[in-house]
Design a protein. Structure first.
Lengths: 510, 85
């Protein structure tokens, strides 16, 4: 049995890129269908308990990992909101020096002036604002004290949160719905403008005929097939899965770059035992940054969480682990993120993504330097003991790849944009080279590491793509409560098929 | 270990799932723990999994100053009171 939908644009994925593109397109008058592989998560089901939330909100129960030296855990969100549902909410505009590099190296005409209205529009839509010191909590205060004593550049982060009370579990599902993830911002706007959202839809192929997109075919959770007929397809499955969908569809292979150029921003964190009570989970976990060493390729950002999270990440074992956890109230944590020069690739193996990534010598050197500085930071803040994420007995300066305990949160680059068809998978307007009507709007188009959290960059690029498809200039801002009356709303896609499509809002299993 | 922790392990892709179960089985046995101590990163991975399950116990959390139930109840009350999604 096959259901059929007709649309002007089919968007695959409802995360940072897909949700933004869908809302802007739908509000601009396009008939939009959004296909999301995962479910819609109901905040009433958020329990603030890490194991349960990791299993429910993350792809592979948060256990997606790279193969290589060293292996790196790569948490990815799954469902309406994508990774924006489970990230820390940190928002940075693309650094100007990165845009300059993109112009020179990849021929992309994406300067600050071009992207400014896109950024402003997203920032308004997501209520992005700087964290206050009160909300940042004692964990941030520890790092701030250290940075001030050392004279290091630092500041409070800008986040997409409204009415945050510092629940301390951003990455386990915000229980107050303060975090303005795309599932509660852009997706409702898309729906209000007539877009059809189908959850549990596993897109198997992008259909192309005569060099032009004709739509997509998908498999629904109940086993039925779904065909969406659309002359424009926006692929936004995320950096790991977008190249795999392109591979299944035999698209984007002309340059040989599909699935390659994977950057991750590999990261780690250290803990410190302080004299004072910290209660790290009270406050915004990622609220402060230290960018003193950004020019050296690494940056520090806050990290924190409840006891189960801290116990999982704490780099100790045995009696030392138990002793440190018994003093959880006095533990502080801070993260180290590297702007990587290493590059990996993604391909299929036995129906699953195989993510290959090896840390290069230059990035190992950044980790060594970063861990030295992180230890220095905690000691300057008055730490009694510092616990580094290294093999016991190994000092940072002598750390080898196998001594590092890494995670990564920002996969980028596997369908990189490059003006030249011989060098990139997509062009400067995020259209797939060599085929009409297929576009990409997620981290995979970002052609290099950013050195900062990428969600705002992805959303701004998706905004630009949406208005490009609408044939309009990007208006300066959006107000979801009072939509721009100049933007007409049209009804959603018509439904044809052999039976009713039980698509909508598959509830999260409780 | 809780059902939630079992679901967390079950959600892993099969190679990791098998590996995690093996690590957990080893770290819970004295001779296994001795074996793991020879491979520090594996030992840390085993402790990470073991600790994630152990410290998810609400009573232990409350003893350390963290009450997940209270955080969730406050969130729910705020959402209802302010009409948040």
């Amino acid at each position: 049995m096959t259901d059929t939908l007709d649309a002007d644009v089919c968007v695959v994925g409802a995360g940072a890129g897909g949700a933004v593109a869908a809302a802007e397109l739908a509000e601009g008058g396009a008939r939009v269908v959004v296909l999301e592989q995962g479910p819609r998560h109901d905040p009433d089901g958020f329990t603030a308990r890490p194991p349960e939330m990791l299993a429910r909100l993350y792809r592979d129960g948060c256990q997606t990992a790279t193969v290589g030296a060293p292996p790196i855990l790569l948490p990815l969100g799954r469902g309406i909101g994508g990774t924006t549902l489970v990230n820390s909410g940190t928002c940075f505009r693309t650094p100007p020096h990165v845009l300059e590099r993109w112009a020179g190296e990849f021929g992309l005409e994406l300067d600050e002036a071009t992207l400014r209205p896109c950024f402003e529009r997203v920032e308004r839509a997501l209520s992005i604002a700087e964290v206050t010191p009160e909300l940042a909590g004692a964990n941030a205060a520890v790092a701030r004290r250290g940075a001030e004593r050392l004279g290091w550049s630092h500041g409070y982060l800008r986040r997409n949160a409204r009415g945050c009370v510092g629940s301390g579990v951003c990455v386990f599902g915000c229980p107050t719905s303060a975090k303005q993830h795309t599932g509660i911002t852009y997706i409702p706007r898309a729906t209000a403008a007539g877009a059809r959202i189908v959850t549990g839809a596993d897109v198997r192929q992008i259909v192309v005929e005569g060099g032009r997109a004709r739509g997509v075919s998908a498999r629904l959770a109940d086993g039925r097939s779904l065909q969406v007929h659309a002359p424009e397809v926006v692929v936004a499955c995320g950096t790991i899965h977008t190249p795999l969908l392109l591979e299944r569809s035999r698209l984007g292979e002309g340059s040989g770059q599909r699935g390659r150029n994977l950057a991750l921003h590999p990261a780690t964190s250290a803990f410190a035992l302080m004299e004072e009570d910290v209660n790290m989970a009270r406050g915004v976990p990622q609220s402060l940054y230290i960018d003193e060493f950004a020019h050296e390729g690494f940056m520090f950002e806050g990290a924190a969480g409840p006891p189960a999270y801290a116990a999982m990440v704490l780099p100790l074992t045995g009696v030392r682990h138990s002793r440190a956890m018994s003093q959880y109230r006095r533990l502080a944590q801070f993260g180290l993120m590297v702007s990587d020069e290493s590059r990996g690739h993604v391909r299929f193996l036995a129906g699953r993504p195989l993510i290959r990534y090896d840390l290069c010598a230059a990035d190992l050197s950044k980790f060594r330097g970063g861990l030295v500085r992180l230890e220095e930071l905690f000691h300057a803040a008055g730490a009694r003991e510092v616990y580094l994420p290294l093999t016991p007995g190994v000092r940072p300066q002598r750390a080898r790849l196998r001594d590092l305990k890494l995670m990564a949160f920002h996969p980028l680059g596997t369908a990189r944009a490059d003006a030249r068809a011989t060098h990139g998978v997509t062009d400067g307007d995020l259209a797939l080279h060599g085929v009409a009507g297929v576009h990409v709007a997620d981290g995979s188009v970002v052609p290099s590491a950013l050195g900062v959290n990428p969600q705002l960059t992805i959303m701004a690029l998706a905004t630009r793509l949406a208005f490009h498809l609408l044939g309009r200039a990007v208006p300066p801002w959006a107000d979801p409560i009072h939509p721009d009356p100049a933007q007409p709303v049209r009804p959603g896609a018509r439904v044809h098929g052999t039976g009713p499509l039980t698509d909508e809002e598959t509830p999260c299993p409780s | 270990m809780s059902h939630a922790f079992d679901r967390f392990i079950a959600a892993a892709p099969w190679p990791q799932r098998a590996g995690l179960r093996l690590l957990l089985a080893l770290v819970r046995r004295p001779r296994g723990a001795v074996l793991l101590a020879r491979a520090p990163l594996l030992e840390q991975a085993a402790w990470a999994m073991l600790s994630l399950g152990r410290y998810d116990d609400p009573a232990l959390g409350r003893a350390l100053g963290w009450d997940a139930g209270e955080v969730v109840a406050r969130g729910r009350a705020l959402r209802r009171a302010e009409g948040r999604p």
